[in-house]
Design a protein around this ligand. Structure first.
Ligand SMILES: C[S@@+](CC[C@H](N)C(=O)[O-])C[C@H]1O[C@@H](n2cnc3c(N)ncnc32)[C@H](O)[C@@H]1O
Length: 263
């Protein structure tokens, strides 16, 4: 892969307002990238679970991985850091620019080639990609279309992992109603039914829920105090594991889902 790959202006976008929103956000700051939040950097996290599941029993070294809606490239760096050859793909050219800068700084620039495209129409041949990582964008797109496209480009036996916020966590719902910066672009937060539509073409699908009570540790007062965040996160995470084991029906109310798909 070329060192600083040119942005590949491939697919026409059907989402001009979403593109405009993120071009502005990624020019100004990185607040909508989950990994910029101390909360999402705690472990065990949905992200670390997802990255482990993406590899399955193998390693990501030299695998051809598509990083869908990569934003400013935190996940791209994680994947390239594990040895994968990555196509970070996004609608936002500002996000892709920051992604390439991030990878250059990490001396991983030769592992990536950026692609500017919609996730609903992927500019890749059938069965050409070995794994797909996807995080936090399903609220802007049609899950059924995305599922079909991801299935099409994956090689047989290839894995896709989606880390996605869900619609029904009561506190997160309240926060979204009062403060969400997404309001202007009308996100449709995913339900379990949307994840089923996403997974329809695949031979294996499994969704796990994260952050029920643990979501409380994401409030600003706790997130800004590392000495408080770690213990509060650990205790709440332990309680969540217990609650979800005793009452599996509560998974619907978790904040973040990790969906594993195998072609
Ligand atoms: C909330 S950000 C998440 C970015 C990154 N995945 C992360 O977790 O930090 C959503 C990203 O999805 C991208 N996006 C939204 N709709 C898209 C589409 N139809 N095709 C490609 N990217 C899209 C946006 O440009 C933005 O970078």
């Amino acid at each position: 892969m070329s060192k600083v790959a040119p942005l590949n202006e491939t697919t026409h976008t059907e989402h001009p307002s979403v593109e405009e929103h993120y071009d502005k956000v990624w020019t100004e700051e990185e607040g909508e990238a989950w990994e910029s939040w101390p909360f999402f950097r705690q472990n065990p996290s949905a992200l670390s679970f997802a990255l482990d599941r993406l590899a399955g029993n193998a390693s990501l070294a030299d695998k051809l991985v598509l990083d869908l809606a990569c934003g400013v490239g935190y996940s791209t760096q994680e994947l390239a850091g594990r040895g994968a050859r990555v196509f970070p793909l996004d609608l936002s050219s500002q996000g892709l620019r920051k992604t390439l800068q991030r990878l250059e700084r990490a001396r991983l620039g030769d592992k990536v080639a950026a692609v500017r495209s919609s996730v609903e129409q992927l500019p890749f041949a059938d069965a050409s990609i070995e794994a797909v990582f996807a995080q936090n964008f399903l609220m802007h797109v049609n899950p059924e279309l995305v599922g079909r496209e991801v299935w099409r480009v994956l090689k047989p036996g290839g894995r896709a992992i989606f880390v996605e916020p869900l619609a029904h966590h009561p506190l997160v719902k309240l926060y979204r109603t009062l403060f969400s910066s997404y309001k202007g672009i009308k996100p449709k937060w995913s339900s379990r039914e949307d994840l089923q539509l996403l997974g329809q073409p695949f031979s294996y699908t499994k969704t796990s829920g994260f952050y029920l009570l643990t979501a409380l540790a994401s409030v600003g007062f706790i997130q800004k105090r590392p000495w408080l965040l770690k213990p509060v996160f650990t205790v709440l995470h332990g309680l969540d594991r217990l609650l979800l084991k005793l009452f599996p029906g509560l998974e619907k109310y978790t904040w973040v889902s990790v969906t594993e798909l195998v072609k």
